[in-house]
Design a protein around this ligand. Structure first.
Ligand code: 26V
Length: 819
């Protein structure tokens, strides 16, 4: 493993304790005799960070000297969670640090708990971006994350009387020791105004964007240490600052307060993360955020590039830009504008540079999540970009028409401008046209892009749409979050697995070794005990670590079908009630996840989970055999406690709808068995672990599509399945809401009267059967633990190191930098 043996020296650990004390006083202005945990967490954080600055500078000058091609990962969301343990893990100084902190009178774990999560993302898409930064820098691929420093991240979820309530996530209220703010670097970002034509000295028509309102973008860097710390990179997050002369005309008119108002309003751009995922509302402020990220980032990219080049012609050889979904896709017309209007290039040269620079990753096929912007909104906010988009589209459609003469239907499907229902810009179409490569995030999903959503584009550009299956970083998602299992794995097969996850295969033969199985089961039980303590603290509920821990943690969405899981819970409840002496496998069913604040149905399902939990947990017949809880405020730091303690991982989306999933990978990597549909990356997980080591059930993606075409009748399942009928009637009739009988009618109706779009009724019986197989296997602990080991052992493919290398070789055309 590349961990330097001499970390004590490299990181001057002998001086760490003194540095902590020094920072307590000098930086934080605290009494050195104070015993406040928060002060010590901060002082430790600063003392750790300062040890990386040197390595960071050295890494950056390495990149500069070797003129390495840089990767820019543009994302409206990053979900890094907490930094402290990640820094210590990647620096290889966790144990050393624990000792030093103990000498100061604390446990490392209690200081860790002082840190507030950086929740600058909604879910999978943001967390993926953070895993990729870890894997890029750990593999010496010169890359940076670029995003937005939201004042308020993803809302804090509380549960009040069973309902979700949102509170603002003021995550930097007490400061953030990881930020390095660059007060002296400011870029101007323009909005509104108009595009003006003029003639240059050669008599060519040119455009300039004038009468704009300007906002300043200030960068804030957060260091990203690679594993082993041979390289340190950063993510650069932008924050909006009003420009000094904001609305000069208002000042000139003597309207001081009016002008100040505008100044203050302009800083709103980076105030808050939009908490809807998979659902677009066409808000002007959201489009402003997107352009703000893009404009500031490209000024930074070109500034860095032009330090080493005299012409922009070689940009694609020096710069690769990955668009994390369409959210930053306005970068395509922005780069065109810069190349033509600012650097004087002609269209064809600029377009060639552009399309060799960008690649786009699609993360969803749900129609309600595909971004489109009204032409009048985009044209008002970014008038010059709207002109450029029209011209991109005109030239593109000319090409399509030449290939498919007379096929006007195809033209209107492929057009960047959607005409029906008022003109709108289709950002996915723009991103496909302006990129050299488009990828889906799991094999099944990429296939659906090629044959479904982007079929026309796949016919027109046969090699453009490809697959890169997602991955997760084994540093945070095994080494850091699961010390018990990590220790056991390292003792058994050595430490190399954390940079080469395929090494976990060496655990396969150990699955047959009963002593190893016992040790594995002990590690798992230790994690389940820790989680039980956490659950007791958080929701005042005792759970039994010897029961099967059945977990579904993810954003709340109808397509993810938390409701199907609830239907199984209710069925188990009924079986116990009908036959109180029945021999059943004791289970603890845990849920967690946030619902978008405006997503009524998802919030109602949270309420249903809580009401079912109330009924189940209070029932004396059920005691000891079935417990249900919803853990509030699912976030990265909570995932780090939940994932290592899971026996069963619920990945039960309607086939064809979950692009990949990454929670599925984290759970299996930590030895959970999966119950799931053949959706997203579950398909590939099954291929890796073997069909006999996973519980697959339900309709396949093509069957869902066929059923939808041929007419699906959910009532048929209701009529033919008495157990299902009873569950539905209990939900519909108010069994779980005695004080408000109609409370859950919308849940009942969505399945019974509104077509059951996500096909829960069809998958209910197969799901029940798969769960019965789970119960049976769990009774045979030896077999269960064997399969648990085989799951972890076969997860090598799902390291984000593998994903990032596929991007590097196949899409970015960058090589790891030699040491
Ligand atoms: C859309 C929108 C619409 C505008 C408001 C804010 C917002 C935020 C996010 C999205 C798209 C979300 C797409 C997404 O999160 N996809 C997830 O990506 C994961 C990483 O590839 C993947 O594992 C999940 O299956 C997929 O749902």
């Amino acid at each position: 493993c590349k961990m330097s043996k001499n970390v004590r020296e490299v990181f001057r650990l002998d001086e760490l304790k003194d540095d902590i004390r020094r920072n307590m006083v000098a930086l934080l202005g605290n009494d050195p005799r104070s015993k406040r945990k928060f002060s010590y967490y901060n002082a430790l954080a600063y003392s750790v960070r300062e040890r990386l600055v040197d390595l960071w500078m050295r890494t950056q000058s390495d990149y500069y000297d070797s003129m390495a091609k840089r990767v820019y990962y543009l994302s409206m969301e990053f979900l890094p969670g907490r930094f402290l343990m990640n820094y210590l893990t990647n620096m290889g100084i966790v144990d050393e640090c624990r000792e030093i902190v103990a000498e100061l009178g604390f446990s490392l774990e209690e200081l860790e708990e002082e840190e507030w999560d950086a929740g600058l993302g909604n879910g999978g898409l943001g967390r993926l971006a953070s895993c990729y930064l870890d894997s890029m820098v750990s593999q010496n691929i010169p890359g940076y994350g670029y995003g937005i420093l939201y004042d308020y991240g993803i809302f804090y979820q509380s549960i009040v009387n069973g309902n979700q309530e949102e509170r603002c996530d003021n995550w930097r209220r007490h400061g953030c020791p990881w930020e390095i703010t660059r007060l002296d670097t400011l870029y101007e970002v323009k909005f509104y105004g108009r595009s003006e034509t003029y003639y240059d000295s050669d008599g060519n028509v040119r455009f300039r964007w004038v009468d704009t309102e300007n906002v300043m973008a200030m960068p804030c860097d957060i260091l990203i240490p690679g594993y082993g710390c041979s390289h340190v990179s950063n993510m650069r997050l932008w924050t909006a600052q009003s420009s000094r002369e904001f609305n000069l005309s208002d000042f000139n008119r003597g309207d001081y307060i009016g002008a100040m108002h505008g100044k203050v309003m302009s800083e709103n751009i980076t105030k808050v993360l939009y908490p809807n995922d998979q659902f677009l509302q066409g808000m002007e402020l959201r489009l402003k955020q997107q352009y703000f990220l893009v404009s500031a980032t490209f000024q930074d990219i070109l500034r860095r590039y032009l330090k080493q080049h005299t012409s922009l012609a070689a940009l694609p050889e020096a710069v690769a830009v990955q668009l994390n979904d369409t959210h930053p896709a306005i970068a395509i017309p922005e780069l065109m504008r810069l190349l033509m209007d600012v650097y004087g290039m002609g269209w064809d040269v600029a377009w060639d540079i552009c399309t060799r620079t960008f690649a786009y990753t699609n993360h969803t096929v749900l129609p309600e999540a595909l971004e489109t912007w009204p032409v009048d909104l985009l044209g008002r906010l970014l008038p010059r970009h709207m002109q450029i988009i029209y011209e991109i589209n005109r030239r593109f459609l000319e090409g399509v028409a030449a290939t498919f003469p007379g096929d006007t239907e195809r033209l209107s499907r492929m057009s960047v401008i959607q005409e029906e229902g008022g003109q709108r810009v289709r950002m996915a179409n723009l991103a496909i046209v302006g990129s050299h490569t488009v990828n889906g995030v799991a094999a099944l999903h990429s296939n659906i892009l090629q044959t479904g959503l982007f079929r026309d584009f796949h016919e027109y550009y046969p090699r453009k749409i490809r697959n890169v299956t997602n991955g997760v970083t084994p540093r945070r998602w095994l080494m850091q979050c699961n010390p018990a299992l990590s220790r056991l794995i390292t003792q058994s097969i050595g430490p190399e697995w954390c940079c080469n996850l395929e090494k976990l295969r060496e655990l396969v033969p150990l699955a047959e070794d009963s002593a190893f199985r016992d040790a594995w089961a002990r590690a798992k039980l230790e994690n389940k005990r820790l989680l039980s303590r956490y659950v007791l603290r958080k929701v005042q509920m005792g759970i039994n670590p010897n029961t099967l821990f059945d977990m579904q943690f993810k954003r709340m969405h109808e397509y993810k079908r938390q409701l199907l899981n609830v239907m199984h819970v209710i069925s188990l409840f009924n079986r116990i009630k009908d036959n109180p002496s029945a021999d059943i496998t004791p289970r603890t069913v845990l849920f967690g996840g946030k619902a978008a604040p405006g997503y009524y149905q998802a919030k109602l399902i949270i309420r249903l989970i809580n009401e079912v939990a109330r009924v189940v947990n209070a029932d004396a017949d059920v005691a000891g055999r079935l417990r249900v809880a919803f853990l509030p405020n699912y976030c990265i730091s909570q995932a780090e406690k939940v994932v290592p303690a899971a026996d069963l991982s619920e990945q039960i989306s309607t086939a064809g709808m979950e692009a990949s999933g990454t929670g599925n990978m984290k759970f299996a990597l930590n030895g959970a068995l999966t119950i799931g549909t053949l959706d997203g990356a579950n398909v590939e997980i099954m291929e890796e672990v073997g069909a006999e080591n996973i519980f697959i059930f339900g309709l396949k993606a093509h069957e869902v599509a066929e059923k939808r075409r041929s007419g699906y009748n959910p009532r048929e399942f209701y009529e033919n399945d008495a157990e299902l009928r009873r569950v539905m009637d209990m939900i519909g009739s108010g069994f779980f809401s005695p004080d408000e009988r109609g409370l859950f009618s919308p849940v009942y109706d969505s399945l019974m009267h509104h077509g059951d779009y996500y096909m829960l009724m069809a998958d209910y019986r197969p799901y029940m059967e798969a769960q019965a197989a789970v119960d049976a296997l769990y009774l045979d602990q030896d077999q269960w633990v064997r399969k648990s080991i085989l799951n972890a052992a076969n997860m090598g493919k799902f390291s984000s190191d593998r994903s990032v290398m596929e991007y590097a070789r196949g899409i970015w055309h960058v090589e790891p930098l030699g040491k």
